[in-house]
Design a protein around this ligand. Structure first.
Ligand SMILES: [Zn+2]
Ligand SMILES: [Zn+2]
Length: 494
């Protein structure tokens, strides 16, 4: 089904007192998106009653008023007729959620609009009902996770994917798909998102993409950018209406990739849910991924505090930082502040966490969540073969993965030492320079690393090096740094 307004030479210039099929098409458009009152008003769409009611196929005063409101709200010249600029906007792809030109109290100092309903909880779940054949399912999942995370970073909300039921159901469907808002084939309406409950029937909070569109993830997009549209629709699922700011994510019309929230969007979501208390750390002293009962989490240490990170959400958990004292049980007092590095054991030492500070270390047991008795011990003598410069103190440490499993790597200054878990001693021929042996690391990351961390879950097989306010990502399988790094810790981690 193609919008007849696309037959531009017929429709252009339509104005008061015109009649006919083109007028009916324009009216249908204005009705669909909230500017004219439709003949039948669905339950939950009472806002449509405030729109003027026009005589079908007649460009009457009501139609003219509706068109002029449409022009005014979108910053077009208010010509009250279907001029070139207006027709151009009408032909643009957009979100299927109607605008509410008559029903909202606009805040003169802001462009965002809060729809009025909100989730009564901050932890939300989502579920995929269908995928699109355009992209592989893992890519779609990663894009949607990224879309939710975009909102989570600036609000107290967090989102967890579930496989059986979820607050937010995600579908890729075309045409009539049973919710009363059929999609319209290629172009025009791209997607729609339902507001949070109450209301919405069984669809509250759901997110539907028109699968007649071609969804892509490349830049510049060769189809419609799934992330851009997903962030926008997720905004509706959280209770935002369309913004009048044409540069905002919540603007109704699609104008290419727009993957970052504008202040207007951020102010909008915060007006509903408040803000996230984020702790942005740079100079992280130690980091380690959780094991045993703590698998799926990462831990960052700085001063006397630590932060917990969730690999599945790709977000810091709320209510951190917390003090190391009392939460990491049995640690000697000196190990409750300013750790140098943290390392998970492998092979015969699996399930143990080693914390290093100065020339000493402590062994911690993940299963019992407590430090083993008899520590701290000196590094010297207990980690055989480590050179003297490394037994004084170690800056960063990590266990190898993939082809490097069974080894531990210790970093200090511009050098590193490889340690073998099975023989429990340092390999011969070390220390070696980081430069040249850890391929592709940018110059800043070949000396004085703050800490190193292995990824888990969707990030398994990746190694993260932190320094100052930045991090680099290394791939164990290809034994090479990933391109596009370093990136800031802020917003990527914290
Ligand atoms: Zn929308
Ligand atoms: Zn739908």
């Amino acid at each position: 089904m193609k919008n007849m307004l696309l037959t531009k030479n017929i429709a252009l210039g339509m104005k008061l007192n015109d009649k006919g099929q083109e007028v009916a098409e324009l009216q249908k458009y204005l009705e669909r998106f909230g500017y004219l009152q439709p003949p039948v008003i669905a339950k939950g769409e009472e806002f449509r009653m405030m729109a003027p009611l026009a005589r079908a196929s007649h460009f009457d005063g009501a139609t003219e008023d509706a068109l002029s409101i449409f022009q005014e709200l979108h910053g077009l010249p208010v010509t009250r007729q279907l001029d070139e600029a207006t027709l151009q906007l009408i032909q643009k792809p957009r979100c299927g959620v109607p605008d509410k030109p008559y029903a909202v109290q606009r805040n003169p100092s802001a462009s965002f609009v809060a729809q009025g309903s909100k989730w009564s909880k901050n932890i939300l779940t989502y579920l995929f009902k269908e995928f699109t054949p355009d992209l592989n399912a893992a890519v779609v999942k990663a894009v949607l996770q990224n879309a939710f995370r975009t909102w989570a970073l600036v609000s107290p909300l967090s989102f967890h994917e579930k496989s059986t039921s979820g607050d937010i159901e995600i579908r890729f469907v075309s045409g009539d798909h049973g919710d009363g808002y059929p999609f319209d084939g290629v172009g025009n309406v791209l997607a729609h998102g339902f507001y949070p409950p109450p209301g919405g029937g069984g669809f509250a909070g759901d997110l539907h993409f028109d699968d007649a569109e071609t969804w892509t993830t490349n830049l510049p997009p060769s189809g419609y950018d799934l992330l851009t549209v997903a962030i926008h629709e997720a905004g509706h699922c959280l209770g935002l209406d369309h913004s009048l700011d044409a540069t905002a994510v919540m603007y109704a019309y699609y104008g290419g990739a727009r993957r970052a929230l504008l202040n207007d969007d951020i102010n909008g979501i915060r007006s509903i849910y408040g803000t996230r208390n984020r702790t942005i750390w740079s100079g992280i002293q130690a980091a380690v991924d959780g094991q045993g009962p703590f698998a799926g989490k990462a831990y960052f240490f700085k001063g006397g505090q630590y932060l917990r990170y969730d690999w599945g959400d790709d977000l810091a958990d709320p209510n951190y930082p917390a003090p190391i004292v009392g939460n990491w049980r049995g640690l000697p007092a000196s190990f409750t502040t300013n750790l140098d590095c943290a390392l998970n054991g492998q092979g015969p030492f699996a399930g143990k966490l080693y914390l290093f500070k100065g020339n000493q270390y402590v062994r911690y047991d993940w299963a019992t969540d407590r430090a083993d008795p008899g520590y701290p011990k000196p590094i010297a003598g207990n980690w055989p073969g480590l050179p003297a410069s490394f037994t004084n103190s170690i800056s960063a440490a990590v266990s190898g993965m993939a082809g490097f499993a069974g080894k531990a790597y210790f970093f200090k200054g511009g050098e590193y030492v490889r340690y073998d878990w099975a023989t429990d001693k340092a390999d011969l021929g070390y220390p070696k320079p980081i430069t040249g042996n850890w391929r592709g690391l940018s110059a800043g990351f070949t000396s004085n690393l703050d800490c190193a961390l292995n990824g888990q879950g969707p990030f398994a097989g990746k190694l993260y090096f932190f320094k100052g306010g930045q991090y680099a990502r290394y791939d164990w399988a290809t034994d090479k740094a990933d391109t596009g790094y370093p990136l800031p810790i802020e917003f990527n981690w914290l």
